[in-house]
Design a protein around this ligand. Structure first.
Ligand SMILES: CC(=O)N[C@H]1[C@@H](OP(=O)(O)OP(=O)(O)OC[C@H]2O[C@@H](n3ccc(=O)[nH]c3=O)[C@H](O)[C@@H]2O)O[C@H](CO)[C@@H](O)[C@@H]1O
Ligand SMILES: C=C(OP(=O)(O)O)C(=O)O
Length: 426
């Protein structure tokens, strides 16, 4: 297994290109199951999660070709020869549940393994299932699998009022509703840029959708969808992560392709902490205003609030802020696993339930640390960039799920970082 070694070496300067969004691309790829025409996704990120979704779609009988070194994905599903999403693939990646809606809508049946819990929380899928039931599907949970069947004549449009905002359930219902009979109204829908991107792609395929980006999305079902070419939206989480690099280390870095409206709540917190963010023609320029970072309080919320996927990285910044910050995690019940690892580097953090209190220290010190999940891993790298001495991050396979070429991107702005094979006796 690989490790990443980081040595804090002062301010960073230069530019970092931002890739297409993992969380958009994983949602767009299953849209191929809605049509027998080709779907081409450009600006795709090169990540292990994309390879997992590729394997899942191929296991169902779809064709997925990775072109231009993975930047372009050419997908096509003429006819599926399998409608079962196997546990062995689904357990690797929760986005796998998003094949359920499209298969149910196009072919009237699907069997998908329940994804199960994961390190950051229980992450149930009951809201996805309730949405399909509202559209007339019959669902049966057997042997860890959801066996789903559409009513005769196919799914029916329905009014679905989500009791809480769910990105995944909104996406699954949106995908399915494009081919349902009649009108579907999704109330209390998620408003994330990845959902807007999905709606734009589906519309290019011929779907009739209105209201994406607001909390009410209306979908008029159509008989069939066609092919399309669609560019994947910028990864706002990769963007926010790299914005934190100059915030933590000093210097000035331009994030190519970045836009403030992808991350307004995050940018407001950076401003309050003493970090300047300016929009340029090519993206966003980020620099520390002057002096030490100031403590700020953060509450994670659905979009347009502060994203849960940037909470760990923000905590890395606040470890060396002046004063005490409180981070409240409202989306996932166990998303502070980076806190004990940051503590190994000299941070002063107390976690009580969904709250983490961070007392800023003047300096972090390098240490061997363990990545526990995707965003936790990158928070340890960010902390390592600002620490004195050497930080060795193990279990970096988590990182490969969501960050392409992290070593190359950070080296490009002057960071001292390398990836090595873990010594065999480690
Ligand atoms: C609202 C939110 O910030 N969602 C995040 C969530 O999306 P993801 O789609 O994974 O999760 P959801 O948005 O569905 O979950 C939001 C909340 O609803 C609960 N829930 C969800 C579905 C369901 O059927 N039943 C249920 O109770 C979840 O446990 C969670 O507490 O994780 C992704 C990966 O970290 C992030 O990119 C998303 O920003
Ligand atoms: C946790 C994440 O992804 P997933 O929902 O695929 O687990 C993430 O993107 O931070």
């Amino acid at each position: 297994m690989d490790q990443i070694i980081v040595r804090g070496n002062g301010p960073l300067h230069g530019e970092i290109p931002i890739a297409g969004a993992k969380n958009a691309c994983l949602t767009l790829m299953p849209a191929t199951l809605l049509t027998d025409q080709p779907l081409t996704l450009t600006n795709a990120p090169r990540l292990s999660d994309i390879r997992t979704m590729t394997a899942l779609l191929q296991s169902l009988g779809a064709e997925v070709a990775s072109l231009q070194e993975g930047r372009v994905l050419a997908l096509s599903s003429h006819g599926l020869d399998n409608h079962t999403a196997d546990y062995d693939i689904v357990r690797k990646m929760r986005a796998s549940i998003l094949v359920l809606g499209p298969m149910l809508a196009r072919d009237g049946h699907a069997v998908v393994s329940l994804p199960g819990g994961c390190a950051i929380g229980a992450r149930p899928v009951d809201l996805h299932l309730k949405a399909f039931e509202a559209m007339g599907a019959e669902l049966d949970l057997r042997d860890g699998y959801v066996h789903a069947k559409a009513p005769a004549g196919g799914l029916r449009g329905a009014v679905i009022d989500f009791p809480i905002v769910s990105v995944g359930a909104t996406e699954n219902a949106l995908l399915a509703a494009t081919l349902a009979r009649g009108t579907t109204v999704l109330k209390n829908a998620a408003r994330e840029p990845e959902i807007v991107d999905l709606a734009e792609c589906l519309r290019r395929m011929g779907a009739q959708i209105e209201g994406e980006g607001t909390s009410t999305i209306t979908i008029q079902g159509v008989q069939a969808l066609g092919g399309a070419t669609h560019p994947v939206v910028t990864d706002r989480i990769e963007l926010g992560t790299y914005m934190l690099a100059p915030a933590i280390c000093g210097g000035e870095v331009e994030l190519l392709g970045g836009r403030i409206n992808l991350l307004s709540a995050f940018c407001e917190k950076l401003d309050a902490a003493g970090v300047s963010v300016t929009e340029t023609e090519r993206g966003l320029k980020v620099a520390r205003k002057n002096g030490r970072i100031r403590a700020v309080d953060v509450v994670t919320e659905p979009f347009p609030g502060f994203p849960t996927d940037l909470q760990a990285q923000m905590m890395a910044l606040l470890c060396t802020a002046e004063g005490t910050s409180v981070l409240e995690e409202r989306i996932f019940e166990n998303r502070f696993m980076h806190a004990p690892e940051l503590t190994r580097m000299g941070a002063r953090i107390e976690v009580h339930g969904g709250h983490a209190t961070v007392h800023g220290v003047a300096k972090l010190r390098g240490a061997p640390v363990m990545a526990t999940d995707l965003r936790a891993s990158v928070s340890l790298i960010l902390a390592g960039l600002a620490a004195e001495g050497e930080t060795i991050v193990s279990r970096v396979y988590h990182l490969d799920r969501g960050y392409e070429k992290v070593v190359r991107k950070l080296r490009g702005v002057g960071a001292d970082i390398e990836r090595i094979k873990e010594p065999v006796d480690a």
